[in-house]
Ligand binder design. Structure first.
Ligand code: PRP
Ligand code: URA
Length: 208
């Protein structure tokens, strides 16, 4: 079974309170989603492997440590885009792949409409990012798409999850670690997470 880590950090909790609040405006919502993406990634990158390199400071020769593998961020469109800037700020060398899924409103099943990945993706650490892990359909389908392309090192990062989505992801992809800023109670009858934060894509992009 894959590991589930729910980040427990005062700064993340503080920003979670901002994005959950229905009175938060779109500027602060966007900024906070991006910052939460950055904070989660900072926490979970602790176990990224590094390799030693020789370098020279202004004083003398020494050893530095750099990331052993390239990192690729794969946001699930649209809402995943909201987390990319924040992650890119702390891993500026990361390349970006894009996967487009929308949920059919009747069946709640993910429908693919776009995918484009950087060339080096198979040898990279791939961070699949989407603020919402609801039924788990979009996340699971995205990870399947990456596995078909022979990607081995995949980690999934979301902001809000729920037991239904975690269960599906752990069943479909037991090898993929899941990281959440918060684990909520359940899904409602329309497939929305409660208490959640509403429709993340609409709040990010002002489409409702
Ligand atoms: C939302 C969200 C996830 C998906 C989660 O996207 O951003 O991608 O739903 O639901 P699931 O776990 O049940 O698949 P949505 O389909 O609303 O598209 P959008 O990001 O373009 O708004
Ligand atoms: N997508 C969202 O944006 N919010 C939810 O609560 C569930 C899916």
């Amino acid at each position: 079974m894959s590991t589930l880590t729910v980040l427990n950090h005062p700064l993340i909790d503080h920003k979670m309170a901002i994005i959950r609040d229905k009175n938060t405006g779109s500027k602060e919502f966007r900024e906070s989603v991006s910052e939460i993406g950055m904070l989660i990634t900072y926490e979970i990158s602790r176990n990224f492997k590094t390799i030693p390199i020789n370098l020279e400071t202004p004083m003398q020769k020494t050893t530095g440590y750099i990331l052993a593998k390239p990192v690729v961020i794969v946001p699930i469109l649209r809402a995943g885009l909201g987390m990319v800037d924040g992650i890119h700020k702390i891993i500026p060398t990361a390349k970006i792949g894009h996967v487009g899924f929308y949920r059919d409103e009747e069946t709640l099943l993910p429908v693919e409409y776009f995918s484009k990945f950087p060339k080096n993706i198979t040898k990279s650490t791939v961070l699949v990012v989407d603020p919402m892990l609801a039924t788990g359909g979009s996340a699971s389908a995205t990870i399947s798409l990456l596995k078909k392309r022979n990607v081995k090192d995949i980690r999934f990062i979301a902001i809000v999850g729920c037991p239904e989505g975690v269960k599906k992801l752990q069943e479909d992809h037991p090898d993929v670690a899941i990281y959440l800023a918060a684990m909520d109670a359940r899904l409602d009858e329309k497939g929305y997470i409660v208490p959640g934060l509403g429709d993340c894509g609409d709040r990010l992009f002002g489409t409702k």
